[in-house]
Structure formats: C-alpha cells, structure tokens
Write a protein that binds this ligand. Structure first.
Ligand code: NAP
Length: 492
C-alpha cells in the first residue's frame, strides 16, 4: 500500500515472494483505491512458522499480564489517534459510510480497552480434592499459535475481536483479512508494531482465501483457528482443522428474524426494521432480513417501511450526505441481483427496489436499491438463504406460537429481534428463540463485554466477553502434593 511492503512476517515488512500484487477497488466508483502485496502459500507458511517460533520461544507468553494489558491500552490509544485515517481506509475499501466507519473504529478501540481490563482478572480457581496436603489449581494458559481469518463486511472490527483477546491471552498469530478489504488491517498492523508488539507475535498475510487457506489451516503448527465468514468456508475450515485436531471456532452467517407484534411501539419499530436490514446495504451478518409481522398490522407496517426505504440516500461513503453506500463489489452485486430474480420466480411480491438506482452519479459504483419482498413463506430460498444484500422478506403470523415457529425456522441462529409492548410475551418469545443474540424492542446493538456468536449453523464459538478471551486459552489442572507419599497400590 502506498509503495510500502504489506506482508508482515516475523517482525519484517516484506513483499510477496513471487512479487504478486492485487488492485483494491473502491466500490463507490470502481476506481483503484490501492495496490497491495498478495501473499503466496509459501509466504503464509512463513507467517505460521514465525508465529510458531515466537510462541515456542516462550518470551511473549511469559510477559506479565500487566504488560500485556498495557500494550492493549497503547493500541487503543493509537487507534484513536489514527481514527480518521483508519475510518477513511475502511470506507474506501468497503463502501460503508464514513459515519459507520468511525463507529467501527470506536468499537475496535472499546474491544482493546475491554480486554486490557479483563486479562488482569484471574479466572484461576482452587479445587478441594479432599486432601489438605494437595493444592489443586485450575489455571488458564495461552492456547498457542492462532490463525485469524476475517470477512470483508467489518474488516477491522471482526479482526479486532480476535487480535485483542489473542494478544491479551499471550498467543501468537497470523491474521488474514479478506482479499477484498485488507487496507485497514494493514494500517492497523503498523499500529501494533508501533505499540510494541514483539516480532513474530502478530503476522499479517493478505491474499485470496482459496489460495492461502490450506497453508494457514492444513498444518499441525496451528493450535487454534478463529474464522468469521460464510457457511461454506466455515464448513471447509472445520473439516481441515479436524484432520489435525486443531480447535476451530467458526462465526458464520445469519438469516435473522425481526418479529413485530401488533402492540409494538410503531415509530421505533418501523425505524429499526428499516435500519436493521438496510444499514451497510444489508451486508451485516446480524441484519434483520426477515420481517415477521402480525397479520393485523402487516399491510400498513410494510407500507411504512417501504416509504422510508425509498427515501434512503445512497452515495459514496465519503460524502456526509450519504446514508448508505454501495455493495462491496460488482461480483457481490451480481449475487444479490440473482437473489432478487430468484425471489420473483418463487412468487414473492416486490414492494419496492429490485433494481440498480437510476441516478447517473451512482452508475460507476456497485449500488443496489433497498428491496422489499412481501408475501414470502418459509419454502422460499430467498427466506432461508443469506443474500447479504439490501433485501427484506416479509412473512406474516397470526399468533405467538406461529411467530416463534417462523423465527426459529432457519438453519442459522445468529440474532433476532422481538417487538411488543407486553413484557411477559416479550420474555416468552425471547427465551423461545434459538438465536445467539436476541433484542427486545431494539435491534443491532452489541457491546464488547457481552458474548457474540450463533446457534445452529451460525457457528460454534463465541467472541467478545469473557468467553471471547477463554477461546484463546487452554485450561490446565495443576495437582500439587505438599506432603508426597507412596500411592500404596502395588505391594511388591
Ligand atoms: P467468506 O467468503 O467465507 O470469507 C471469509 C474469509 O475466509 C475471507 O478472509 C476469505 O478470504 C477467507 N477464506 C475463503 N476461503 C478460505 C479457505 N478455503 N481457507 C481459509 N480462508 C478462506 O465470507 P465473506 O464473504 O468474506 O463474508 C461474509 C460472510 O461472513 C457472511 O456469511 C456473514 O454473515 C459472515 N459474517 C459473520 C459474522 C459473525 O459474527 N457471525 C460477522 C461478519 C460476517 P477471501 O476474502 O480472500 O476469499
């Protein structure tokens, strides 16, 4: 990027071993935002070896917890110092608005601050084994070499959920951002170096997952793989990891229901259904893509959401007037368009959108209009599959049991929303939904201290919160006999 080498391996910035580079497109206008070095599988193997060496030499994992915590705080300080530059890179790379990117950088900072505090809180415990001479302790130790693979929709945010606890736990790591959106992670790695992360502790390779994936995962040198991305890739990585008995946590997609009862507060419901699905043009794993609305209000509710959807101002994310940006690439827009055609062929009723915007100012970007399909049902692929675009499907229900059944009728289970003014019903429905996060009369919020992850095919791990740190730790039981004596089993 900017003529500097972009691969960071063993504390050295270097170019790809075959000299390969990749053009990074700005999805708002198709221009080239940057040219970055693209790693080869050999480079990825070098990065794993560097992380292995840095872990095995023991210096980093022996660093006092207070020093690791101070490092996390220093990283948080640098993130805030460079917030505008990082946000700008994220916007040019993903297309999201600058306002969203700024929130992302603040959230990334919060994650580092949170783990800076948490790593100092010991979760070791003593176990009473019934013998006063024995001190039995459960302690946590770093899991080892971690491979951290992030998606393109929240490049730095998703990577921070991995890097912060991994560093705090005393692990070493290889980070691989999406090939489509590496810019913020490259800049962030420079900050890690500046903050004083020792050589080899964090290594960075970027390039296509298909090319680098096996070098990063099909190896005995890695102890933990933390992956966020799509279901198909998650299945593949899990299978490869299983061959090596490597622990793999996969955070995958979602097809998230937003259930609106007739007694829900109207204005906030319309607004949050709209925001829940169309923020970042629907490229959000927890987007509320399935509106499940009570029949008695459905016509008016859908009309109200559609009226607001038609007013969403699309544009270049760098323009403060833009409320949402483009899809991440032409290739991704083609996928979204194919889903719209599928919805039409399945008999869903198009309420609004279903096309590219006709504004000539947007013609060079991969924009797509907010789209709503009414009269959808659970048999439709557009209701069941993650489109990862600005597409809202509408299903209707007549009673609470049906609302719950529809809400749970997905192979995923990442997030859900419930809107009602009846607290007892709210609690019943929230508890009945099989999703990792459930919002009651709210949608989309999360915090660094609360676990994030999915039920079902939305994944098998948890990020954030204490569990997000525990993922990067092994548990060791230390049995210490302070008055050793023979076992006395064998008498000869
Ligand atoms: P993806 O295609 O699965 O890619 C995710 C990451 O995996 C990318 O860095 C990708 O690299 C890499 N990859 C691809 N093939 C690989 C392989 N064989 N081995 C190792 N790595 C490989 O997903 P995406 O399209 O980037 O992201 C969108 C998906 O992420 C959606 O399904 C979304 O719901 C999910 N997501 C989930 C969460 C969550 O918290 N659960 C959060 C955000 C996003 P390349 O990009 O270079 O191919």
């Amino acid at each position: 990027m900017d003529g500097e080498p972009d691969l960071y391996i063993g504390g050295v910035w270097r170019r790809a071993s075959d000299g390969g580079t990749r053009d990074i497109a700005n999805p708002a206008d198709g221009s080239i935002a940057a040219v970055v070095d693209e790693a080869t599988p050999d480079d990825a193997r070098d990065a794993v070896a560097a992380a292995r060496t840095a872990f095995d030499d023991g210096a980093w994992r022996a660093t006092p917890v207070a020093e690791r915590a101070a490092l996390l705080d220093r990283i948080a300080d640098l993130l805030q110092r460079d917030k505008e530059a990082l946000a700008g890179l994220e916007t040019r790379d993903t297309g999201k608005t600058l306002a969203e990117s700024r929130i992302d950088i603040d959230d990334v900072t919060s994650v580092f601050r949170y783990y800076a505090e948490l790593v100092g809180v010991s979760s070791d415990r003593l176990v009473d084994v019934g013998d006063p001479a024995v001190i039995s302790r459960i302690v946590r130790e770093p899991i080892g070499v971690c491979v951290l693979i992030a998606p393109w929709n929240y490049p730095l945010l998703q990577m921070s959920w991995k890097v912060a606890p991994a560093l705090g736990a005393g692990c070493t790591m290889v980070a691989k951002p999406s090939e489509v959106t590496p810019l913020s992670t490259i800049a962030f790695t420079h900050l890690l170096e500046e903050a004083g992360v020792p050589p080899g502790v964090v290594n960075l390779v970027q390039g296509s997952g298909a090319t680098l994936g096996d070098a990063l995962t099909d190896t005995d040198d890695v102890d933990f793989i933390s992956f966020t991305g799509g279901l198909a890739t998650g299945k593949r990585i899990s299978a490869v990891a299983a061959e090596h008995v490597t622990k793999a946590a996969v955070e995958l997609g979602g097809k998230n229901p937003h259930i609106v009862f007739a007694d829900a507060e109207w204005e906030s419901s319309v607004d949050q259904v709209l925001t829940g699905v169309f923020l970042h043009s629907g490229q959000v794993c927890s987007a509320g893509t399935r509106l499940i609305v009570e029949e008695s209000i459905a016509d008016d509710f859908v009309a109200a959401v559609a009226a607001r959807a038609e007013k969403i101002r699309m544009g270049d994310g760098m323009d403060p007037a833009s409320e949402t940006g483009p899809l991440v690439s032409e290739q991704h827009r083609a996928k979204v368009e194919a889903y719209v055609q599928l919805g039409l062929s399945e008999g869903a009723v198009l309420v609004t959108g279903g096309a590219r915007p006709d504004d000539p100012a947007l013609a060079k970007g991969s924009f797509y209009l907010p789209t709503i399909f009414d009269r959808c049902d659970r048999t439709m692929r557009i209701v069941q599959e993650e489109t990862f675009g600005p597409i809202l499907t509408v299903e209707r229900f007549t009673d609470e049991a049906e609302a719950i059944a529809l809400g749970n009728d997905t192979e995923y289970g990442l997030a859900a929303g419930v809107r009602t003014s009846d607290p007892a019903r709210g609690e019943r429905v929230v508890r009945a939904l099989r999703h990792g996060t459930v919002w009651l009369n709210d949608f989309g919020y999360y915090t660094a201290a609360a676990e994030w992850g999915g039920f079902g095919k939305s994944g098998n791990g948890r990020e954030l919160g204490p569990t997000g740190l525990a993922e990067y730790q092994e548990i060791k039981h230390i049995w210490h006999n302070t008055a050793p004596k023979p076992a006395g089993w064998f008498t000869g």
